[in-house]
Write a protein that binds this ligand. Sequence first.
Ligand code: GSH
Length: 218
Amino acid sequence: MMITVSAFKWVPDFAQGLVRDLRVRWALEEAGWPYEVLLIESADQGTDSYRALQPFGQVPAYRENGFVMFESAAIVLHIAERSDALMPGDAAAQALTKTWLFAAINTMEPAFDGLADLDLFHAGEDWVAQRRPAAEAHVKTRLAELAAVLAGKDYLVGGRFTAADLLMATVLRNLRHTTLVADEPVLDAYLKRCQARPAFRKALADQLATFEQNAPAA
Ligand SMILES: N[C@@H](CCC(=O)N[C@@H](CS)C(=O)NCC(=O)O)C(=O)O
């Protein structure tokens, strides 16, 4: 099987370790599937050849033998459906894994990204002072709700790591510029548990190594 994942050659520090090719790299490492990386830079994002892989010019795009996918969660789900490493065997646990996978990207991520957008892209702007308290309160509510689900559990589904944990952990990482996850001990332990996995560490190291190799001259 020949797999290629697109990734940026370099991004600024605040985004390093968060770029969404990390999710796909991590899933591939968990599955034990080798892959190649297609490195792109901003000039490539609008080209016809890249848009044929990713219509929005974003990363990641994924090529496997004869077909192409985009949307990191769809790609992770595709890998999980073909690997025991990311998906349990029984139907009920599979249904729950898919449910939590979507909860990560559809219920949690928009709240977290909303806050990260204020903090990282609009810091200091007048309107942010008005908007931020409600955005943070919303995030805290979601985190408390997730902590209640995870209390006494190592993982979201069936006591084992699944694709749902992979997505949830990468989504929680989007709050790394705050202490909001660390302030919830259950979530802090959960995220550390997920990030301690060798597959995560390898995926992260590979993404960061590319940025280091392609860092602009100071
Ligand atoms: N929903 C998409 C979002 C992809 C996305 O936002 N990619 C970012 C990097 S994490 C990107 O390429 N940003 C550059 C841009 O939007 O021009 C996914 O999960 O794959």
